[in-house]
Each structure stands twice: as structure tokens, then as C-alpha cells.
Design a protein around this ligand. Structure first.
Ligand SMILES: [Zn+2]
Length: 265
């Protein structure tokens, strides 16, 4: 079978295990069904997800010009504390920013390797945790906009990581942490503006199960489609947005958004 299309991050469906899909323009592929099979990935060319031009991808599936002009690639995406839509102040496009920023956001605790704190829109829960390869996650506090979530994350930065050790995540080396106990321990660190929302946030632990036949003993190369346009390997697992192959190679699908590929199974 041959599939062809432009990569975007894998779509997921909660379940035991989680289901992963590659969605192309005219077809889709349930990646779980490729487990244990040899697959070939061929890099065909670039396709900017914003302007649809065949320009080199810079970041997040966008060409350089789109990354620095599109409203959906503003600094407040990666740094929620820079959000200003709640003040009526535009970064690139106020209407778009109001739509995205002025909606319920979750600050969460998750364990992908060590415990980390992060921010997501409520509608992206549990998708966000799956994309990060978290084994467990719990909402810490639900707030009405992105700014409040951002300042909460900043308040926690001195105490907890906001990064993921992706190698440990892919090796499934997870520090055992009681996230619900931590949740109660850390509530005093919440900024004063955010404290009132803690008690109204539902306490729940999410456990995520990934489709992995066997975790690697060690992580080899991270596949780079620019320098290795053709790759062949046996798929052993899917975790986060990564494909894990038998030879230890891992492929971060999300890093290759906007890359047109052919996949042969
Ligand atoms: Zn573009």
C-alpha cells in the first residue's frame, strides 16, 4: 500500500491503547495498524501549511514568512504569559487571538519522564498530553483565559520543569509520582489571581496507554528527513508524536509538519 500527502501532527483518539491517525488530503492511515510492519518514508518536498506554497518549512509547518506573519504563530503560543487579548490588545490579529485566548485553559501536571507543568486549552485535553507522551496527567487549575494560565505556568517554572526529556519519555523511564498528592502540595504556589479557581477545578487523574510493542533499549538517531529523505524500518511503537522503530531510530512527526511524504507499507 502507498499513501501520499503532507504531514501534519498525528490525530489521536483516546483508548486503550490510544489510536493514532495520519490524515492526508484524500486518505487517512490508522498508524496502529502498521505496528510490527516494515514501512518506508520518502520525503517528496515542502508544502507550507499556511500559504500552500512549496517553500522550505521554517517552523510549525510554516515557511519563514508565514511563521513571522500568521496570527497562529505568535509568541503567545509558546509563551502563554504574553497573551494580551484579555486586555483588548492585539499581537498580530486581535479577532483570532480573542477566539483562541479567551476560552477556558487548563494548567496541568503531567509525567512524561519527570513531572512537568504545562498549559493547554481545555478543548485540547487529553490531546495535548498524548502529544507530549505523558503517562499520567491531572488538571491543576482551570482558568477562563490563556493569560491566567500563562502566569501560573511561570510561577511554577522555578519549582518544576516545563520541558520534556524526550529520550526518557521514549525509553519509558518515568519517575513514579503521585500527581494527585502533588496537586494538593503545590496549590499554595498559585498566583493570587488564580487561587480562587483551584477549588472549582475537578480533581481527576488521567492514565494514558500508548501502542508500543516493545520500548527501545536505547534511542538511536532522530530521523531527519532533510538529510535522510528515504528511511526504511520496522515500526515498534507510537508515543507522543513519535514513531519508534526497531533499529532505535525515532521520528518526531510533529517536527515535519509541512513535509510532503510518500509512505509505503
Ligand atoms: Zn507560507
Amino acid at each position: 500500500m502507498q499513501y501520499e500527502g503532507v504531514l501534519t501532527k498525528m490525530q489521536t483518539e483516546a483508548g486503550s491503547p490510544i489510536q493514532y491517525y495520519l490524515v492526508f488530503e484524500n486518505s487517512f492511515l490508522n498508524v496502529n495498524q502498521l505496528l510490527g510492519k516494515d514501512i518506508e518514508i520518502n520525503f517528496m518536498g515542502f508544502y507550507c501549511l499556511n500559504c500552500s506554497k512549496k517553500k522550505k518549512i521554517y517552523r510549525q509547518g510554516f515557511c519563514y514568512d508565514c511563521f513571522y506573519s500568521s496570527a497562529s504563530a505568535g509568541d503567545w503560543i509558546m509563551r502563554p504569559e504574553l497573551s494580551t487579548a484579555h486586555l483588548g490588545i492585539a499581537d498580530r490579529d486581535l479577532e483570532y487571538e480573542q477566539k483562541v485566548q479567551l476560552q477556558p485553559h487548563i494548567v496541568y501536571l503531567a509525567a512524561s519522564s519527570d513531572m512537568k507543568v504545562g498549559v493547554t486549552r481545555k478543548t485540547q485535553m487529553p490531546t495535548r498530553w498524548i502529544d507530549q507522551g505523558a503517562s499520567w496527567a491531572t488538571p491543576l487549575v482551570e482558568v477562563p483565559n490563556r493569560y491566567l494560565a500563562g502566569i501560573t505556568e511561570v510561577a511554577f517554572k522555578n519549582h518544576f520543569s516545563d520541558k520534556i526529556n524526550w529520550k526518557k519519555m521514549l525509553l519509558n523511564e518515568i519517575v513514579p509520582i503521585d500527581l494527585l498528592a502533588k496537586r494538593n502540595e503545590v496549590k499554595d504556589l498559585l498566583p493570587d489571581e488564580v487561587k480562587p479557581y483551584f477549588d472549582t477545578t475537578i480533581e481527576k487523574l488521567y492514565v494514558l496507554e500508548y501502542p508500543v510493542l516493545e520500548y527501545p533499549k536505547k534511542i538511536g538517531k532522530s530521523l531527519n528527513l532533510t538529510t535522510t529523505p528515504i528511511y526504511n524500518g520496522k515500526l515498534m511503537g507510537i508515543k507522543g508524536q513519535y514513531l519508534i522503530f526497531e533499529d532505535g531510530t525515532v521520528f518526531n512527526v510533529r517536527s515535519y509538519e509541512g513535509f510532503a511524504v510518500q509512505i509505503n507499507v
